[in-house]
Each structure stands twice: as structure tokens, then as C-alpha cells.
Design a binder for this molecule. Sequence first.
Ligand code: X8Z
Ligand code: ZN
Length: 612
Amino acid sequence: MMRACGTCHLIGLFLGVLALVAMSASGADETPSSQQPPTVEEAAAFIKSAEARLLELNVLSSRADWVKSTYITDDTEILAAKADERAIAAQVELAKQATRFDHLKLPADLARKMMLLKVSLVLPTPADPKASAELTDIASRMEGAYGKGKWCPPGKDKCLDIEDLTRLMATSRDPHELREAWVGWHQIARPMRKDFVRYVELSNQGARELGFQDTGALWRSKYDMPPDDFAKELDRLWEQVRPLYVQLHAYVRWKLREKYGDQAVPANGPLPADLLGNMWAQSWENIYPLVAPPNADPGYDLTEILKSRNTDALGMARFGEHFFTSLGFAPLPQTFWERSMFVKPRDREVVCHASAWDVDFVQDLRVKMCIDITAEYFSTIHHELGHNFYQRAYSHQPFLFRDSANDGFHEAIGDTIALSITPQYLVKLGLLDKAPDPSKDLGLLLQRALEKIAFLPFGLLIDQWRWKVFSGQITPQEYNRAWWDLRLKYQGVAAPAQRSEEDFDPGAKYHVPADVPYTRYFLADILQFQFHRALAKTAGCTEPLNRCSIYNNKEAGARLAKMLEMGVSRPWPDALEALTAQRQMDANAIRDYFAPLEKWLEEQNQGKPVGW
Ligand code: X8Z
Ligand code: ZN
């Protein structure tokens, strides 16, 4: 139903309790009053033809989007916008027609498909053709603007794109250089602000025509529970993990003070966003060398190993595929290797932000990435392949069920596999001679926490901002201030330079101009540890969770496949239960995984300020 990541706005399926009340009143139900009440047979025929029509239109828009994302020009942007508009308009029309069957008692599968059809748009276009075209044009243009974004340092002849800047943020320890790069990149978003304001207006209009209060309400309705309950569920999960985040934050703060000085990093305050090894301060693993525990360093660096073995981009993808085949999944199709984009082309603009595609919704699997040979990209390729293996696993489902149980599941699969990249696994692959002894686990845990625990508040806050923007609680005059308020509140991070409402810092993060909901990554961060714990148990691992790898374990593979094959045919708690025997999302798994580290952090932080 969707390309995972990237261009997910077409039909990001979502489930849940629906407020389509306004629909009939808005004239959506065009059934003449003289007509007989609809029958179950009519409902079945309606869904059958809807699925065929949506499949055809979405394949076409996938193809147009693929070309646009791998060759950004004015023409490809327009062609993609047109194809997207057609597919979305059809979906909107069908969603409105489906209300005709609202009062009919339907078999469970059919009822679920009706519900999915009605609630599945991420970018709801208004019925007015002019407004609809304007909205899809804007969406296409904003993603293109991000893809083309560059910072040209004054006095230098080379402009830097986000890949160059990602490398710089990851490796530079020069605070002046880091700040310049940070400020430079954030400038690319300023011109997007006007488009974004209009995008909010138009997509809200579309959401209201579908009976939702605004686009945020639409986005929250996709989780098999009332939207307000879902928001509360997020708060509950965040409260479960916050104490661990705060400990990590405090520890990193005093290490950064040691490195950059008391002036640069306040004792009790937020961390400067440019000193954390990542443009968005969303994960901090690149500053591991600055914070590594004494005597507990694992003593190897995967980036160095991959580079010294001359691993290339394709080789990285082969490692990822190999993990999945070791679990019993069939190898990727030949077309995957022929049609994917693994490296950044030299001669054209592309959207480098990694994404995974299933262009024909059956087996035309592809990734689109600009791979660098680093440990970070080693994880990312596993992340992307998780999407592809999920897509293929549910491809035998009817069209409306071809999606993940909820969007957090889609994001969690590849990451779950990446949790199995343990030193013992690297030894099996021949990448490492000897696994470090258990006394070094602390270093490995800290490395992982810098990636996974640091990410949690970031994963949450992007949509906390967008939901308020869609609801009007945050107005365009305060976009940027509200953004930094949330970054302070959740992450305890501050802008490294003066900001104003001339800036549009949210736009410097891919998923905002690309219209990709972000809460899914927060959910995935929690879910992947639940999945890992369950699969490790299936594989018979009795060691601490960070030492468990499901590599080569066919039982774990079969259990995973069973959940993936369900697609979105059942409410997500059913899918979760199939894998984990739990029906609730539960942050205890991630807390348990990091428990030894948490204890150590608390000891380290004794007598030091905690919080901001
Ligand atoms: O966007 C992604 C994936 C594609 S779905 C590379 N991620 C988020 C991000 O980069 O911000 C994965 C982790 C979070
Ligand atoms: Zn993803």
C-alpha cells in the first residue's frame, strides 16, 4: 500500500475508530434515496473493484515517484505530483462512497477493509480539483527542495549536501566548524516555510472533508484505538523510558563539558544541538569516543573493519540480505539488485534519504539510498531491508491488507534484525577475529543507548509539533519558537545559534517536507526491543539480551515470518501477540535490555546535576 519511508503519503494505511460522521452530510453518499439498502454482495463487489483500481493507480504513482526521487527535475516533480494526485483523489472518492455501507453488518474481513479504505490517507487532498492539485504540487516540491538542499560555505567553491554534512557532523570535533555546518544546513528550510503553511491549510481542508478535525487527528486515528487513547498511550510509553533518557543526557552533558568546556555546555542546562554527532541530535552514537567508559571499550570499530575490507555499497546490502536468508527468508529478487539505487549518482539530484519500495506491490522491491561505508549505514541497510522483507511477506494479501500491522511495526523489523549484530555475529561472518569478553559489554550497551535511548524523545516530538500545527494550537508566527520549546522539553537540547521566525528549522528534517508521519519511529524504538526479546527467547538464548543474536535460527525466522505475512489484515495487538505473546506495547523490554547500563549511569552521575 505504501512505500515504507519516503513517499508514504499516498496510502499510509491506518486503522481505527473513525469519525466519518460528517461524510454523509457533506454529500459524500450519493445513493439515491429511492435505492434499496445496500447488500453484503454489493459491498464485496465495491471493495473488489476499489482494490483493483487503487492497485493500478498506486503502481503508477510509485513509478512516477521513483523516477522523481532518483532524478529530481521540474518535470519529474510535476509528473509525480500528478500521479499522486490521481491516486489520492480516487482514494478520497472511494472513502466517501464506502459510507454507503456504514450500517450494514459485514463479515469481519470486509468490514476491516471498509475501515482501512476510509481511514488510510496521510495526505488528504480536498475535493476541489484546484486545491487538490496545489497540495500535491506543494508536497512534491517540498520533498524535492529538501533533496536538492545544499550549504555553500562562503569563500569555498564546493557546496555541501546532507551526506557531506552528515559526515562532518559525525566526525568533526571543532565546535566552530560544527556550528557553521549546523547553521548552514538549517538555512535550506527557510524558503519552505510558505509552502508548508499552505500545505497545512489544504491538507486540513481535505481531512475535514473526510470527517476529521484536522490532519493530525487523521494521523492519530490509525492505531486500532480511539485517537485520544493513542496519544495517552504515547505519554505512558514516554514516561516508562524517560528516567533512562535523563540519566544518559546527564552523563553525556558532563562528558561534553570535559571536551568542549564549561562555557560551551551549561552544567544544568540543555545540550547544544550541534555537539552530538548528528545534524538533528536525534542519535548520538557518533560521539561514542568522547563518552566511552574506561576499561570497557569493546576494542573494535565496525566502520574501520568494513573500510579495511573494502566493502562496497552492494556488499553492505549483501550482508543485510544474508541475515534474512539465514532466518529462512527467500533471497531478494534479481530485479532488486538491478533497480535499486545504492550510491549517490554524480550527475543528477536525488533524494538521498533512505527508503524501501515495493513498486508493483508484489515483488518489485528496491532500496533508494546513498550508502557510505560506516557502521551507521550498516544498520540503515538492515533497517531498509526489513521494510522490503515485510513488503514481500504480505504481498499475497488482498491489496488493502498489504501493509504493516501499524506503521511502527514497519519501522521496527530491520532494526530488530540489527539488534542481532553482536560481536559474536561479526565473528561468525569473519568480520571480527575474536569477540570481546563480557566485561566490555558496558561499552557496547552505551554505544547502543546513544543510538536508541537518545532517539526516543526526538521520535516523539516531531509529531507533537506537527499535531499542534495541524490543530492550529501552534500558529505560523510561532512555528520555530514552538519547535525549540519542544526540543527543550523532550530532548533537553538547544539551538546552537540565535533563531528567529525567519527560520523554519523543522523543515531541515526530511520527514517534515516529505510529509512522513514520525511517531512510527518512536513506536519502532520500543517495539524492536519487544520483538528482539521474544525472538531471542524463541531462539533459545538465555544470555543477557544484548548478547543474543537470532542469526541462522530458523525457528525465530518462522515466527517472525508469521507476523509479517499477516500484513494489516488483523488489528495490531493480534500481530504483536503472534510474535511476543503480548497485546500491549511495552517499554519494559528496552528498559531491561539497558538495565546494567542504567545502573552504571546512575553511579557515574552521583553528585552531578541530572535534568535540565
Ligand atoms: O527515516 C528513517 C529511515 C527510513 S524509514 C532511514 N529513519 C528515521 C530518520 O532517519 O530520521 C530511521 C530512524 C529514524
Ligand atoms: Zn524506515
